[in-house]
Design a protein around this ligand. Structure first.
Ligand code: COI
Length: 352
């Protein structure tokens, strides 16, 4: 693929790694490509800046929008690694089909990512705990108000140097068990990284934050009985010596980090069950002292320990609010692979 490159002549604002936070700063360049008349065209890298859309563009009215979230890391000796780029290219393709959008062909998705990260390589922070977060995004761009799929699309990738996702860093977070609002319903978009899912989640998370919680625990839309996700992450429970995570039933996003956690647990011969898990089961395990650890998994925070679950009637402290042993081991192992400190036996990292 021939990518046209237009280098930026100015440098964007940069801050030291410990002040990055998440998603506040953007690197100098972005990649873009357009879909028109049935074909992807104009792959190019340009200075980061505003994009041009007509006010009638379908994304602005009917929400044809989805994205990916992945990371590039700087390892020892300055080596650059992409983490699971093929997984993300494939997940975008699967999600795009659900939203009636064409997805960038895998090789073009990967070439644009590699070229962009190479060009913006000095934006990949070196400090442990920081990374360059890549946001491939796909939107409907046709200006037309009839309700149908757009016939033109814009794909772009922006880069954001990031530190920890949660202000708490790797400390256990307090979670509100959300019994009123839902994130996704059967037959809907829950398994897709659609912007609409995040829009649907905002009010619950805003109300939880006002009550002093970091995020919410999402329950199923039908019975409000089974646990689905935690905030924007997949969720795991260690009950006794078994780890349980909700099965991918169409309402849950198939997280890249979820997949890593499952692979490592299998490798470590930890008992793992992918199945529906109810609030009742979790609270009963808490009562009997068997609920050992709860954690979320996601690209942004990697693994995030949950220190407390609170419902409208009760507060449940998990592992006395401390990071669990398995949570810590998973975080250490995944991050060591991401920074190239441990051999990658799974084919998760790609050096560029
Ligand atoms: C993740 O990587 O955990 C997320 O999905 C969060 C992202 C939308 C900022």
């Amino acid at each position: 693929m021939n990518i046209e490159i237009q280098r930026s002549t100015t440098r964007r604002i940069r801050v030291p790694a410990d002040q990055l936070g998440f998603g506040k700063y953007f690197a100098d360049h972005m990649a873009t490509m357009e879909f028109e008349k049935g074909a992807w065209k104009n792959p190019r890298i340009v200075p980061y800046g505003p994009i041009s859309l007509e006010p009638g563009a379908s994304v602005l009215h009917y929400g044809q929008a989805m994205f990916e979230g992945m990371k590039a890391f700087r390892g020892k000796g300055g080596k650059l690694f992409l983490f699971r780029p093929v997984f993300h290219a494939k997940r975008m393709a699967a999600g795009a089909a659900r939203l009636c959008m064409p997805s960038p062909p895998q090789e073009e998705f990967l070439s644009l990512i590699r070229s962009l990260v190479k060009l913006d390589q000095d934006w990949v922070p070196a400090e442990r705990g920081s990374a360059l977060y890549l946001r491939p995004t796909l939107i409907g761009s046709e200006s037309f108000l009839g309700v149908r799929a757009s016939d033109s699309y814009l794909f772009f990738i922006i880069n954001s140097p990031v530190g920890a996702y949660y202000a708490e860093g790797f400390s256990p977070v307090k979670i509100w068990v959300e019994e009123q609002y839902i994130r996704a319903a059967p037959g809907g978009l829950g398994a897709v990284k659609a912007g609409a899912n995040y829009a649907a989640s905002l009010l619950a998370s805003q109300e939880a934050k006002k009550k002093g919680f970091s995020q919410v625990l999402w329950l199923d839309a039908v019975e409000k009985k089974y646990i689905e996700e935690v905030g924007t992450m997949n969720v795991f429970f260690r009950i006794g010596d078994t780890v349980i995570t909700p099965s991918l039933d169409g309402t849950i996003l198939a997280g890249a980090t979820r997949d890593c956690v499952i692979a490592l647990l299998k490798e470590w011969k930890v008992k793992l069950e992918e199945r529906p898990i109810s609030l009742t089961e979790v609270f009963a395990a808490h009562k009997s002292g068997e609920l050992k650890e709860v954690f979320g998994s996601g690209t942004a925070a990697v693994v995030s320990p949950v220190g407390e679950l609170t419902t409208s009637t009760q507060k449940y402290s998990i592992n006395s609010g401390k990071v669990g042993e398995l949570t810590q081991r998973l975080y250490d192992e995944i991050t060591a692979i991401q920074y190239g400190e441990k051999p990658d036996t799974h084919g998760w990292i790609e050096e560029i």
